[in-house]
Design a binder for this molecule. Structure first.
Ligand code: N01
Length: 483
């Protein structure tokens, strides 16, 4: 029996653990299916992998990191930062590795969750916090013949470092945030690189720079300075993020900047035409890069825009009948956002699996955190709390603060369980869906933000500061408190 079980040891799970520890709650465990902590920053190790959010923002507000060496931190520095946090805040011992949650069942009579680990062990807990991430399960394309390919295939999120790409003929499928980071890294090494683009991304310049030794020493001595930079960048991004939802002027400015960037970096008019997006900027995630376009302009790189029809044992065939030979296929095809939480059965009050509940009623949770019918279950990075263009760490901290209040309510009232009222959840979901209808994310393109029916149950449509305000104080009247 544990008071709290946390699933996942990425930013979300670690933050939850740290806050519990700080509040004096020792009775919790973090279950991690892998053999290391770090979530997405443990898994994504592809060449050039880095955060596209400034490093000053991509850290906990309570633990500034004076060790960042760049404005946009590489994955290994972020992973080292997370390890540092787990050690410094004394929660490393709370993590159980190789422990995959395979089922969770709520018992209304006891107000407890029974969590099954690796299919055979069970742990009873009063509260269950899911920090399972969202961009985690690779989405693999199902082109005819894909399994017949005789060469090597791997997804960017499970990069096969044993494959030496030097001198190889490589096909990259996908041109999203991941691909535009690794394409410039592998292009100079390979013999031939074919980049298969289905939709051209909007790309703006990356305001990256090294953070010099003197600057890092300064941050170490005067953490307040680092906090000031963090706040300044934050408010800059905040304006940018909010603009995506509403300001055509800001969108126009960004579009102009992206077009200028393309014009400056790609001189070949044919290549430039292929790279010019035909949908509204911001509809998909806007990418930032200074080296992607130059990589595509290399003589050993071809941008293929004819749709892929099948894969043969020796290469990739496109709709015009051309087969382009390759010996390695790298999939930069993104993630299945819906598959994470609903992959394991989570049976609520009426024994209904959360996946079925959401299939029937639409995906939704009050503040993205708590679902009627699933008492004492708290989601981190849940529905409609992802961001297109600012730091998720900020959202995670707001969510953890809210969950801490819910746990406090449970203790204070000596309750068996707390359950968000259905009407409260409905009101929240309706508001968010109403706001999303008029945003750029629903302006006609396809993206991982939208499900097959075109509904957006991933993105937070308002300012991040407004989310922070909404989650600041838990209103006990939003919940049924059951003894
Ligand atoms: O995945 P994506 P990603 N045939 O879904 C194409 C985060 N991230 O891994 O646009 C052909 O963006 C697809 O084409 P289209 C970030 O939130 C963060 O790159 O659908 N092509 C697209 O080009 C990001 O948004 C960081 O037409 C197919 C690409 O594959 C999210 O992760 C860094 C295809 C997929 O792009 C995902 O990024 C990296 C098919 N069947 C990533 N299926 C940070 O720095 C898909 N595509 C924080």
């Amino acid at each position: 029996m544990a008071e709290v079980v946390i699933i996942g040891s990425g930013f979300a799970g670690l933050c939850m653990g740290i806050k519990l520890q700080q509040a004096g709650c020792e009775d919790f465990v973090i279950l991690e299916k892998a053999d290391d902590l770090g979530g997405t920053w443990r898994d994504n190790t592809y060449p050039g992998c880095a955060c596209d959010i400034p490093s000053y923002l991509y850290s906990f507000s309570f633990e500034q990191n004076p060790r960042w060496t760049r404005m946009f931190a590489p994955w290994d520095e972020i992973l080292a930062y997370l390890r540092h946090c787990a050690d410094k805040y004394g929660i490393a011992d709370k993590i159980r590795y190789g422990a995959e949650v395979t089922e969770a069942v709520f018992d209304e009579a006891t107000g407890q969750w029974t969590v099954t680990v690796n299919g055979d062990e069970t742990i009873e807990t009063q509260s269950l916090v899911a920090g399972v991430g969202s961009l985690h399960r690779p989405k693999l394309p199902d082109f005819p013949g894909v399994d017949s390919f005789a060469g090597t295939t791997f997804h960017s999120a499970v990069w096969d470092h044993s494959v030496d790409l030097r001198g190889r003929n490589v096909a990259v499928i996908g041109t999203g945030a991941s691909a535009i980071q690794f394409v410039p890294q592998i292009a100079p090494q390979v013999a031939q690189l074919d980049v298969y683009q289905r939709t051209p991304p909007w790309v703006t310049p990356k305001p990256d720079r090294a953070i010099g030794g003197w600057e890092r020493r300064l941050h170490q001595r005067f953490p307040a300075g680092q906090r000031a930079i963090r706040n300044a960048i934050y408010w800059g991004l905040e304006g940018r993020g909010a603009g995506f939802a509403g300001s055509p002027k800001l969108m126009k400015g960004l579009e102009l900047q992206a077009k200028r960037h393309l014009h400056k970096q790609v001189t070949d008019p044919e290549l430039r035409a292929k790279l010019t997006p035909d949908y509204q900027i911001g509809c998909k995630r806007i990418l930032i890069s200074n080296d992607y376009y130059p990589a595509l302009a290399r003589p050993n790189v071809d941008l293929v825009t004819t749709p892929i029809t099948r894969v043969t044992p020796t290469g990739v065939v496109t709709a015009d009948g051309t087969e382009r030979a390759c010996d390695t296929i790298v999939l930069g095809t993104g993630f299945d956002v819906s598959a994470n939480l609903t992959r394991m059965p989570i049976l609520g009050k009426d024994g209904v699996d959360l996946a079925d509940h959401w299939k029937r009623n639409g995906i939704g949770a009050h503040l993205g955190i708590t679902v009627a019918g699933y008492p004492n279950l708290f989601l981190l990075v849940g529905p409609n709390t992802l961001l297109g263009h600012s730091s998720m760490v900020f959202m995670i901290e707001a969510q953890v603060r809210y969950v801490m209040q819910a746990l406090h309510l449970l203790r204070r009232r000596n309750a068996s369980y707390v359950e968000v009222r259905e009407e409260v959840q409905e009101r929240f979901v309706d508001t968010v869906q109403g706001e999303l209808g008029s945003t750029v994310w629903q302006s006609g393109c396809t993206s991982w933000y939208l499900d097959a029916a075109g509904r957006n149950s991933t993105i937070w449509p308002e300012w991040t500061m407004s989310y922070w305000r909404r989650t600041r104080r838990l209103d006990p009247s939003d919940f049924a408190v059951v003894h």
